[in-house]
Design a protein around this ligand. Structure first.
Ligand SMILES: NC(=O)c1ccc[n+]([C@@H]2O[C@H](COP(=O)([O-])OP(=O)(O)OC[C@H]3O[C@@H](n4cnc5c(N)ncnc54)[C@H](O)[C@@H]3O)[C@@H](O)[C@H]2O)c1
Length: 337
């Protein structure tokens, strides 16, 4: 199957590209390189440009009329930056996604998988959320994700488009075969930052927020290995129609939301401890105030991903740390910087 991956020169989109190829599919990449790295798209068919460029999209579908599905990863993703630059985030993530959806309608591409985020949820009792938990995003970035889900839902209701919004919890790690990983510009990548500190690329790891109502005061996250995450996309694409059959009446609107996490809550301090054990020494770290837009965090409750996508996370946090460290040794060579 041929799949259009927007943002396919970024951390997650490039890993999805590899997971697709490993299962015999072909990824076609559309990325403006506003953040991503050309090298991460490897030798895949690559279109440098904006998701809102309808002429470029038409060209892609002229060149590849057999594209069966779009995975939409392209977005600006920094929570603190979104607080400072909300306009840019709404234009890029929401406005341009509307243009992309219009272009896909014109191209007749009716299967859409969206990179959503667990940050759409509000604070949850005991930090556990399932797909029916209330949405209460706390930053402009998170609101763009919720808005895009709403607009996908409305467009699905009114057209033949069907969409699956995959709400990622906290992706960490790297492709175990080291074809991709955090690229250094992925500002919210906590493990990437830990690696950079341990290698002396950054002076200190800032534990932002130590007064959350969690067991040690630091944010609680559901860290999911990026390779597991990528494989969830492959399942969603390969089983797209079955996913809606399995969802029954829930899928009648044409849009489904599915959480992707491990079901384990790990605090930032616990992640730092696990990282220090893996590298065998302490790293420079400092407690710091909460960042604007941050939340205490949450982790996945329930198993909708298992029911609908036939997917569950397999890798441990330790495995993700090991892969991130292995990636850090080849990163410069792969990225060419
Ligand atoms: N990394 C995370 O922690 C995380 C968590 C939840 C959800 N997500 C979502 O996953 C997706 C991928 O995130 P990532 O970590 O790979 O980020 P990333 O920054 O590495 O990748 C995003 C890519 O999108 C491209 N892009 C941005 N705007 C574009 C535009 N208008 N047109 C074309 N290309 C554009 C960038 O150049 C970049 O290559 C995003 O939608 C993000 O919101 C990420």
């Amino acid at each position: 199957m041929k799949i259009l991956v927007t943002g396919g020169a970024g951390y997650i989109g490039s890993t999805i590209g590899s997971a697709l190829e490993d299962r015999g599919h072909e990824a076609v990449i559309l990325d403006s390189l506003v953040i991503g790295h050309r090298a991460l798209a490897r030798n895949r068919p690559f279109y440098e440009g904006d998701i809102a460029d309808r002429r470029l999209l038409a060209e892609i579908f002229r060149d590849h009329p057999d594209i069966a599905c779009t995975v939409h990863c392209a977005a600006l993703i920094s929570v603190p930056e979104s607080v400072e630059r909300p306009y840019d985030y709404y234009v890029n993530n929401v406005g341009k996604t509307l243009e992309l959806l219009k272009g896909l309608e014109e191209a007749g591409c009716q299967r859409f998988v969206f990179s959503s985020s667990a940050s759409v949820y509000g604070e949850a009792p005991e930090f556990m959320v399932d797909e029916s938990s209330p949405l209460a995003p706390s930053s402009p970035y998170a609101r763009t994700k919720m808005m895009v889900e709403f607009l996908i839902e409305d467009i699905c209701k009114a057209s033949d488009l069907r969409g699956i919004s995959l709400r990622y919890f906290n992706p960490i790690g790297a492709d175990p075969e080291l074809r991709s990983g955090p690229h250094g510009k992925a500002t919210s990548q906590v493990l990437g930052t830990l690696v950079d500190v341990s290698m002396g690329r950054l002076p200190v790891f800032r534990i932002t927020g130590t007064d959350w109502p969690t067991r040690d005061g630091t944010g609680l996250r559901d860290y999911v290995h990026v390779w597991d995450l990528a494989k969830a996309h492959v399942n969603a694409i390969e089983q797209f129609d079955q996913v809606f059959e399995r969802a029954g009446d829930d899928g009648n609107s044409g849009h489904l939301a599915v959480n992707l996490g491990t079901g384990q809550g790990v605090t930032v301090r616990e992640l730092v401890d696990a990282f220090e054990s893996a590298v065998g020494h302490e790293i420079a770290k400092v407690d710091a105030p909460r960042r604007p837009g941050d939340t205490a965090g949450s982790y996945v409750s329930g198993s909708r991903a298992e029911q609908l996508l036939d997917w569950s996370a397999r890798s441990t946090v330790q495995q993700a740390i090991t892969d991130a460290l292995r990636w850090s040794k080849v990163r410069e060579e792969v990225l060419g910087d």
